[in-house]
Design a protein around this ligand. Structure first.
Ligand code: UDP
Ligand code: MG
Length: 320
């Protein structure tokens, strides 16, 4: 009979050898102060440095540390989803490994959870040590996303949150491939509340979210929760053809009833370029959705586990 665990902390790690010891220490101190049972579940997302070795060492001394090794890098969103599949706690916390999310905040989250909230998410009121570009684009993204969806996805909120067991069980049933976990956590509903915090600088190492991954995440966010970009294609198309017709009648009018004719290779080529540009852009938008539909139909597993330490495979839903 496996013993019950009160808190599961999920920590996705990708090449985090420089921070892993410090993160472990901070989490340990915080979790010990709760006086309850807990597990620190590290999901190693295909790290190529010494992250795995360090974690195995740490686990050698401390059995509360659990480790799930992916067969390769599957991405941060998949890593936290896998963490939820394996976590056994009554409350589950997701936190970054780089100490940008202060572990001490978990205690405030627990307090809210005990008051009866099912999801406690951490809202960033300030972000230290990140580039102006990152802060600006992130802020624009959250506002655009909000404008596009009917679901109440909180602004300036990452994946740092606590979720009750019943929320996690619902999240586990969602097996979509290109996932935006913070959106899904809003989508499932339940009683949610926020706590505010200042996001710290990364403790050491580089961001593992280059522009390409950020872009992919934002497109996943928008396409998972809104059809608006598709509708936009329809609206713009309609608008452009109205403009086109007006122009056509003007040209015909001038030709038939006046001596003027609209001259023009340059105007023609401009119209041609602008319109085909629009068309290709819209095809690109449709492509984003079709690609995601294709991913769903292939129905590959979300992730592949190479090996694990201290985790139970049984009675868990298939990793489909
Ligand atoms: N991460 C991951 N897989 C990836 C990229 C990132 O598991 O492909 C982890 C990373 O180790 C960290 C968290 O996701 O714990 C957030 O990444 P990072 O701090 O680099 O993102 P940022 O805070 O710069 O947006
Ligand atoms: Mg970070």
């Amino acid at each position: 009979m496996v013993q019950n665990i009160k808190y599961s902390i999920i920590i996705p790690v990708y090449n985090e050898e420089q921070v892993i010891h410090q993160t472990y220490q901070r989490l340990k101190t915080v979790m010990n102060s709760t006086g309850a049972s807990y597990e620190l579940l590290f999901v190693n997302d295909g790290s190529m440095d010494q992250t795995e070795e360090s974690l195995i060492d740490i686990r050698g001394m401390d059995e509360t540390v659990k480790l799930l090794n992916f067969s390769r890098n599957f991405g941060h969103q998949i890593a936290i989803s896998a963490g939820m599949d394996y976590a056994r706690g009554e409350a589950v916390v997701i936190i970054d490994a780089d100490l940008q999310d202060p572990p001490e905040l978990i205690l405030d989250m627990i307090e809210k959870w005990m008051e009866g909230f099912d999801v406690v998410y951490a809202k960033r009121i300030n972000r230290k040590g990140e580039t102006f570009f990152k802060k600006k684009t992130a802020s624009m993204f959250y506002r655009t996303l909000r404008g596009m969806t009917d679901i109440d996805i909180p602004m300036d909120t990452g994946d740092f949150r606590l979720m009750d067991r019943k929320v996690v069980d619902q999240m586990k049933n969602i097996r979509e491939k290109n996932r935006f976990v913070r959106g899904l956590a809003s989508w499932v509903g339940f009683r949610q509340t926020a706590i505010e915090y200042e996001r710290e600088e990364r403790f050491a190492g580089e961001t593992k979210y280059p522009l390409k991954k950020m872009l992919k995440l934002s497109l996943d966010g928008i396409t998972s929760f809104s059809y608006k970009p598709l509708k936009l294609a329809g609206y713009t198309g309609f608008l452009l053809s109205v403009v086109g017709f007006i122009y056509m009648f003007t040209v015909l009018y001038l030709k038939i009833f006046t001596k003027q004719t609209v001259s023009g290779w340059s105007s023609l080529i401009i119209i041609q370029l602008v319109f085909s540009g629009f068309m290709l852009m819209i095809l690109g938008v449709i492509g984003e959705y079709i690609g995601r539909i294709y991913d769903e139909t292939k129905d590959r597993p979300l992730y592949i586990v190479r090996d694990s330490y201290g985790l139970q495979h049984s009675k868990r839903k298939a990793t489909k």
